[in-house]
Design a protein around this ligand. Structure first.
Ligand SMILES: Cc1cc2nc3c(=O)[nH]c(=O)nc-3n(C[C@H](O)[C@H](O)[C@H](O)COP(=O)(O)OP(=O)(O)OC[C@H]3O[C@@H](n4cnc5c(N)ncnc54)[C@H](O)[C@@H]3O)c2cc1C
Length: 350
């Protein structure tokens, strides 16, 4: 690997992603991981907050364990985009030489991370699920490989900062400490003219979100019994703001397109909530969804292997259970008793 100008031993940095005035959950997850790394390294944890009039987010970043929040404010940074973030981050890193830079493996992080690494002449480990440091203070970047059959740990000894994107929904959000305050440092962003102009940010329909990025997946298998019955899964996904997935058996039957397949030869997903309906839980399917934060399984067979990986198991006919669940959750959402994905799992446990 070529020798680099940046020596990089100053702290752990997390890119704070936000949308319409709120920090993204993945940022809170990454901050928790960053705190652990910073403590082990005896370093400071910094958060990079780029935006326009977003200073109010510095406080929650402090509550979520950042020691320092670097605020870069510009109207050009109002709509988050890889093109507008690139130059300010490149200059900030060159000047401050952080040891580690972490960001969520979100659409922004997935575009920004590689572009930034290329500009810095460095490296990037994408979609990490575990982060740690070794005895030499090097970042251990662990991620699933070969369709989740093995975990690979990467180190980048000569690359600074050591850059990684973190898969959303895998790491825990640590409970915030409202007494913590971060030091706020204003930084003038170095902007550059880019060929891309972002005109607006329009949130898509959650059911159109690619499977790998969905917070909630309602997946159906052979037990769904036909293409028409996927309608009840879609209804449940609609109530929860999620999207529909499937086992290979359902895809092979022609009930749902291949891009919805989860598993060894389909997509690997790690949503906050995975609801497996009429899926037996064969290893090739489980490989693609086992990293989901919470798993609910609905199956008529009490001995179905899917119950071994499920946090909540419902033994019953999905054609009755799924519409009943949708109705129950619709009511709960209306009454305001369910606001987060965690509330769904809690409601189903009780
Ligand atoms: C090389 C290879 C790669 C593969 N890749 C994948 C992959 O990427 N993804 C994948 O999913 N599979 C994959 N498979 C296939 C995998 O081995 C299983 O055959 C497949 O996952 C089974 O799908 P299923 O669970 O929907 O069907 P089944 O195993 O037939 O299970 C159906 C389940 O539905 C339940 N059920 C039936 N009726 C109802 C009802 N009314 N209500 C509730 N429950 C009901 C049954 O009790 C049963 O548990 C692969 C296989 C190979 C060999």
């Amino acid at each position: 690997m070529k020798e680099r100008a940046i020596s990089g031993d100053r702290g752990v940095l997390v890119l704070a992603e936000h949308e319409r005035g709120e920090l993204k959950e993945v940022t809170l997850e990454v901050l928790g991981a960053g705190r652990k790394l910073a403590d082990k390294l005896g370093d400071k944890l910094g958060a990079l907050l780029l935006g326009h009039d977003a200073t109010g987010l510095a406080e929650p970043l402090g509550h979520h364990f950042a020691d320092v929040v670097y605020v870069m404010d510009s109207p050009e940074l109002e709509i988050p985009s890889a093109s507008s973030y690139l130059a300010p981050l490149q200059h900030f890193i060159a000047e401050n030489q952080p040891r580690v830079l972490l960001m969520g493996a979100t659409p922004l992080g997935r575009e920004l991370g590689p572009r930034l690494a290329a500009r810095l002449g460095g490296s990037l480990a994408s979609d990490c699920t575990i982060l740690d440091v070794n005895e030499d203070g090097l970042l251990l970047q662990t991620k699933p490989a070969y369709g989740g059959k093995v975990y690979t740990t990467l180190i980048c000894p000569s690359s600074r900062p050591q850059m990684a994107t973190v898969k959303p929904g895998v790491m825990e959000v640590k409970p915030p400490n409202a007494d913590r305050r971060a030091q706020m440092v204003r930084v003038t962003p170095v902007m550059e003219k880019t060929p891309v102009e972002v005109l607006d940010f329009i949130k898509g329909d959650p059911s159109d979100v690619p499977l790998e990025e969905a917070d909630i997946v309602v997946a159906g298998g052979r037990g769904v019994g036909g293409a028409a019955n996927f309608g009840i899964l879609e209804e449940l996904a609609g109530v929860l703001g999620g999207t529909v997935g499937a086992s290979r058996a359902a895809v092979d039957e022609g009930w749902i397109p291949f891009e919805k397949q989860v598993g060894q030869t389909g997509k690997t997903v790690s949503p906050k909530l995975y609801i497996a309906c009429g899926i037996s839980g064969q290893i090739q399917h489980v490989m693609g969804m086992k990293d989901s934060r919470s798993i609910i399984a609905i199956n008529i067979d009490v001995a179905a292997p899917i119950f071994k990986v499920a946090d909540v198991g419902i033994v019953g006919d999905l054609r009755e259970v799924v519409p009943a669940l949708a109705e129950l959750l619709r009511q709960a959402v209306k009454e305001g008793t369910i606001k987060t994905v965690g509330d769904v799992t809690k409601a189903l446990r009780s």
